[in-house]
Design a protein around this ligand. Structure first.
Ligand code: LLP
Length: 432
């Protein structure tokens, strides 16, 4: 992907940086992010969603991968930012991210988080439910301000993806169903509120979706809903945020999604449906996370030992663990991997890549064909840019890896490797 290539010694080069040199400089495990690839993906979405007829905006879903440097990159590329917690918001604030381009999500925002969002003046707060709308109103009253809000709605569309990352079954915890009378009441209340500027709807139908039809169905369903609100309640909806979820290639079992074509189809559907229903075309927003960063990331590990079990399974032990990539254990996710110092080696046997955790479920790659691995070889796992660093943990008190950005033969550290002292920094040896 991106700027990766193999040099004459069979070594993996990313962003013109040799992975061997990166290991020497920063150690392993190491998250390597190909900056040019991230920027290219930002532009693919930004350019792809341009339209003469429709106002549009691309928001990066920061949960996929967020650091201060990433905020700056997103700002430079002209995307907006979706944050779902005080912590993500704080990161954006510390990076001086323009407040009007921030979208504050979350199904259970605390009053402290809401106050933080209002004080910083985020562009939109995406309201999840009735109770939250009430709390925002109360806060606005005390703070003598108004909040720009959207409502997260659930269109009840079933996208074909892993159960844990589906979001719009009618039993989902997110948003309010467009089929419920209470939701209409809530929209009316928000629209008439003295403290809320109601702008429109947000919905997110799931993640790692390849079927364009799921997105098109989302558009049609929501525009019909918008039409019924106009006809029956005289409510005008000015903005429609379709969420993220664009699928990416992890292994040859996934197909490469044609983002340009998908966006063109989305724009076409919006225009067509608005004309057919005779409603004002809302501003169209999308919120990709994974599709911006996943393929840009590679995790680099060092091989500790190789074990062939009595039962015939071959393991490669690396110096990382499920802590730096929980997706395999959590979603049975698959990854491609290679020996970064033997890229031209002939794959011989299937191996399971496992780490240092005291769990049989500590699997990083379930199965990959490799040339015979040896101690101190470097193992690269591909497409780990999304939901790897951001979901990392310290189980077994393993320090989290460092993150480097690479570009044009240069590397920069964007997250330091954790130390043992970091691990105990909040521990107190206190008494009752
Ligand atoms: N917008 C909202 C409101 C979301 O909840 C999400 C993801 C996104 C945008 C971005 O979705 P994306 O384009 O990245 O698919 N940890 C899981 C993915 C969970 C996604 C949660 N929400 C994984 O590793 O696959």
């Amino acid at each position: 992907f991106g700027t990766s290539r193999i040099n004459n010694n069979g070594e993996l080069i990313i962003g013109e940086c040799n992975t061997r040199t990166l290991k020497e400089k920063y150690g392993t495990p190491l998250y390597i992010m190909d900056e040019s690839n991230i920027r290219e993906r930002c532009r693919l979405f930004n350019n792809g969603l341009q339209s003469k007829h429709i106002e549009t905006e691309v928001i990066y879903a920061s949960k996929a991968f967020l650091t201060v440097s990433m905020c700056k990159l997103i700002e430079e590329e002209g995307l907006s930012l979706d944050v779902v917690s005080g912590g993500e918001l704080y990161t954006a604030i510390q990076s001086s991210f323009p407040q009007e381009r921030l979208y504050m999500h979350g199904n259970n925002k605390t009053n402290i988080e809401l106050k933080m969002a209002l004080e910083y003046g985020v562009g939109r707060i995406i309201v999840d439910n009735y109770n939250e709308a009430d709390r925002i109103e109360a806060l606005c009253q005390t703070m003598n301000t108004k909040a720009d809000v959207m409502l997260r709605v659930n269109p009840g569309i079933s996208a074909h993806t892993h159960e844990y990352i589906k979001t719009t079954e009618n039993t989902s915890k997110f948003g309010e169903s467009i089929y419920s009378d209470q939701t209409i009441e809530l929209i009316n209340a928000m629209n008439n509120s003295e403290y809320l500027n109601f702008h429109g709807f947000h919905s997110h139908i799931g993640s790692q979706i390849f079927d364009e039809n799921s997105f098109l169905e989302e558009v049609s369903t929501l525009l019909s809903f918008i039409h019924s609100l106009k006809s029956n309640h005289d409510i005008t909806v000015k903005e429609l945020n379709l969420g993220g979820g664009f699928g990416i290639y992890y292994t040859s079992n996934d197909r490469e999604m044609d983002i340009e074509l998908t966006l063109k189809m989305l724009l076409g559907r919006v225009k067509g449906e608005c004309e057919r229903l005779d409603i004002e075309t809302p501003k169209l927003l999308i919120e990709p996370g994974r599709a911006i960063v996943a393929n840009a990331g590679t995790t680099l590990y060092e091989v500790g030992s190789v074990k062939e079990t009595y039962g015939g399974k071959n393991y490669v032990f690396v110096d990382g663990s499920m802590n730096d990539n929980i997706r395999t254990a959590l979603y049975e996710a698959d990854y491609e991997a290679a020996l970064a110092n033997k890229m031209n080696g002939v794959p011989e046997k299937p191996y399971t890549i496992t780490g240092k955790c005291c769990e049989s479920g500590d699997i990083i790659v379930r199965q990959v064909l490799l040339p015979t691995p040896e101690r101190n070889d470097l193992l690269a796992v591909f497409s780990t840019g999304a939901y790897n660093y951001s979901m990392a943990s310290n189980y077994n008190r393993l320090p989290r890896p460092a993150v480097v950005f690479v570009k044009d033969g240069k590397s920069k550290l964007v997250v330091k490797r954790e130390t043992y002292d970091d691990l105990i920094q909040y521990d107190l040896d206190s008494s009752y």
